[in-house]
Design a binder for this molecule. Structure first.
Ligand code: S3P
Length: 432
């Protein structure tokens, strides 16, 4: 796709797609609960459909119409061995969460993914699961991964890497494991799994003490079905928020956005950058905090973010880097090691593509430094995305300011934001 300069700003009420993280969990948790769950506003993106198809392949009856699904759950032990390998496309969340869940089932499964997912680390979830007795046939530490499902042992496990996917995988394994499992998290990560499980009647207790969270899960307690309304995704909103902030004349409204405090770092970072964002009508829907956002073109200033911030907004650095490229003054984003193992090596692709756009940008250790220019003259207008949706959308937003950026593998956008191009163009964008 080619992203061109826009004439006027980004304008209007924009309906942002539903939250990807919550959508995955809205399939997984009802599928292992007892009873009928109705899920409204499920994100119908490629990643989420891979999770949905995995559960259908394991015998769960799921009816789908428009953006609603009905799941007929039959309990923790009701999943059946699929008759072929489970293909998860590009979806890291499906891979890590299903590895945890399937480790404590009593059948073998093989998880597979696309080229990008097959190079992402799986040992981070396999290793702590092995402490519970989980068995795998795999030497590479990447997909394809054969999971030898078996009865696991309750354990006390401290998570070393800040990752909601690892935490959620362990919690899902503990749900089907006799006794009380104790999962310790030293970093805050998104807590959608815990929130949803509580509303499904799980025996789960959370204790926070001195920057450490203890999650106690009593296994073998059947979950009860519940209905879920999935809110809109803050990570997907970020592309429109930043497009509006950097393009003169912009004003947008985004409704029903999930602003869960374990994930709202992007709003805090943009506040530091002097962004005009009004957060209103804060309320709780299906256990998650949502609000409406009003965003206006702003004269942004550069900012420094410490490594702690990365836990609250890991997915938003690509698009935040675009904001930084149009701010006044240097920005420094520290401690971005985890960005290297996302759908692509995002740290490297942000650096490379910003540099090609003519921006003075460097990575020192795991810190990203962006020194904006008054004017950008691209040295190379071909944006490399390595099939990473967030890199593609971030540089589409860059293109709205500097024009004529050719973005490869734009199909990756369907993993999280189907209709992005149409929505962006309807709001004033110019993507061909
Ligand atoms: C996710 C957790 C994050 C995030 C990913 C979605 C989730 O990954 O980057 O897009 O739904 O749990 P990590 O847990 O690896 O940080």
């Amino acid at each position: 796709m080619i992203s061109n300069k826009i004439k006027d700003g980004i304008i209007g009420n924009i309906k942002i797609p539903s939250d990807k993280s919550i959508s995955h969990r809205s399939i997984i948790i009802p599928s292992i609960s007892v009873g009928i769950s109705e899920i409204n506003n499920l994100l119908m993106s490629d990643d989420v459909m891979h999770t949905l198809n995995a559960f259908k392949a394991m015998g769960v009856n799921i009816e789908k119409s428009n953006d609603q699904i009905i799941i007929y759950g039959k309990g923790l032990d009701s999943l059946k061995k699929p008759n072929k390998n489970i293909y998860l496309g590009n979806s890291g969340t499906s891979a890590r969460l299903l590895t945890g869940l399937l480790s404590s089932q009593t059948f073998e499964t093989v998880l597979e993914g696309d080229h990008s997912l097959s190079s992402r680390p799986m040992a981070r979830i396999m290793d702590p699961l092995k402490l519970m007795g989980a068995k795998f046939e795999n030497v590479s530490g990447t997909l394809p991964l054969k999971i030898i499902g078996k009865k696991l042992n309750k354990s006390k496990i401290e998570i070393k890497i800040p990752s909601a996917q690892i935490k959620s995988g362990l919690i899902l394994a503990a749900l089907n494991t006799e006794g009380l499992s104790h999962i310790i998290e030293k970093h805050i990560t998104r807590d959608h799994t815990e929130n949803m499980l509580m509303s499904f009647g799980a025996d789960i207790k959370i204790e926070k003490k001195n920057n450490q969270t203890s999650i106690y899960v009593k296994g073998k307690k059947e979950l009860k079905s519940n209905n879920i309304n999935v809110p809109s995704d803050l990570s997907s909103s970020a592309f429109f928020i930043i497009a509006a902030l950097i393009n003169k004349g912009s004003k947008i409204n985004l409704n029903n956005i999930n602003i869960n405090p374990s994930r709202d770092g992007i709003l805090k970072a943009l506040k530091k950058m002097d962004a005009k964002i009004i957060i209103k009508n804060q309320r709780t829907v299906s256990g998650e905090i949502v609000a409406d956002l009003e965003v206006e073109y702003s004269n942004l200033i550069g900012c420094e973010l410490d490594a702690e911030m990365a836990k609250f907004m890991i997915d938003e650095y690509p698009i935040l880097s675009i904001a930084a490229a149009f701010a006044r003054g240097t920005s420094v984003f520290r401690g971005l090691k985890e960005l290297k193992v996302k759908e692509s090596n995002r740290l490297e692709l942000i650096r490379l593509n910003l540099k090609n756009c003519g921006c003075d940008c460097e990575v020192i250790n795991d810190d990203l430094i962006i020194r904006p220019s008054e004017e950008y003259i691209p040295k190379n207008n071909k944006i490399r995305t390595d099939f990473d949706h967030r890199i593609a959308m971030s540089f589409a937003v860059m293109g709205s300011k500097i024009g004529n950026l050719i973005i490869d593998d734009a199909d990756s956008i369907n993993t999280s934001f189907p209709n992005f191009i149409e929505k962006f163009n309807n709001a004033g964008g110019n993507i061909l």
